[in-house]
Ligand binder design. Sequence first.
Ligand code: GCO
Ligand code: MG
Length: 404
Amino acid sequence: MATITAAEVFVTSAGRNFVTLRITTSDGVTGLGDATLNGRELSVASYLRDHLVPLLLGRDPARIEDMWHYLYKGAYWRRGPVTMTAIAAVDTALWDIKGKVAGMPVYDLLGGLARDGALVYGHASGQDTAELLDDVARFKDLGFRAIRAQAAVPGSPASYGVRHGDGQGYEPAAASLPDEQLWHTEDYLDFAPRYLTAVRERFGFGFHLLHDVHHRLTPTEAGQLGHRLEDLRMFWMEDPVPAELQDNFRQVRAATRTPIAVGEVFNSIWDCEQLISERLIDYIRASVVHAGGITHLRRIFHLAELHQVRTGSHGATDLSPVSMSAAVHLDVTAANFGIQEYMAHDPLAFEVFTPGYTYRDGALYPSDAPGLGVEFDEKAAERFPYDPRYLPVSRRRDGSVHDW
Ligand code: GCO
Ligand code: MG
């Protein structure tokens, strides 16, 4: 029996911060896992280094299911983004190792291809409607068949999802402390349907149109927005309300036929059990990295499949090429796959990671190399030391804190 002989944690800021776990076995096989929790990176690095690595050494890397329950139930303190991201990193690395040992890509271990590639959506944005329309045209030219559209709301600098400058990043990462930005819900509710309508007027209905509300509305407001968007035949309205209260979605659901997606902040099946089993949503957006790895996300996908809820996993640039690779391997095997979010990483990320996927004609295709097909260059990573960053905070006009 092979055993785990080393488990190392790397924190690198190749374009943005990433935490990576590398597990090595006594047979010399290595596996990679992503452990990045945007803005709280070092807490997961510590959870791994200080608490999980000592538990991994000497154990059988082949027993993935056992390892998952050992780490989940063994902690006693269940769930939570830090714990579940750390477990995800171990789980992903063990699937990578299992694939390499078997000489198979991970998608083959998961049952084999159910489709050739994973349909993706890209992020179009603009400081105003005209700029957004130009950006949608750019994504169409790149072959995207599904496009998310976000524009800056006049008077609300905290508008979510709008790129600044030419870079891919749109989360203004402040150097030392969170950027505090003004947000006004009424202006957004007035403006968003207008720019989304402009997108349909200019480009028609021959592609999927998506929009992210980023958890900023009350159930009443979200129901009204969804209702106003109905004629635009949106692919989805994402994160309409804060999602701690699953029951919130009942009211949104009753108020609109616009499809609903949620789940990027979920870390376990228990966060979405009611949403799925009561069909309060159409798409579940949990990810490999923040929802306990391939083992646990697959469980969520299977529950969703029973209830005709489709998948639409989170794939912003704070998910490293390691978990994006794992996502694509899982996506191409899932019977109820819907779509995969895809934001191309900063080119610096590819000085450290070689991804296990390629983009072509609006879809991502997994590598057919054994395991996840992703590589990590430790020496290159050393050139990009950790760079503390925070997500912004929104405040209303009266100074009170609003959901960012
Ligand atoms: C998305 C998300 C992200 C999050 C980010 C936070 O739909 O892609 O909303 O952009 O804001 O992942 O770290
Ligand atoms: Mg989102």
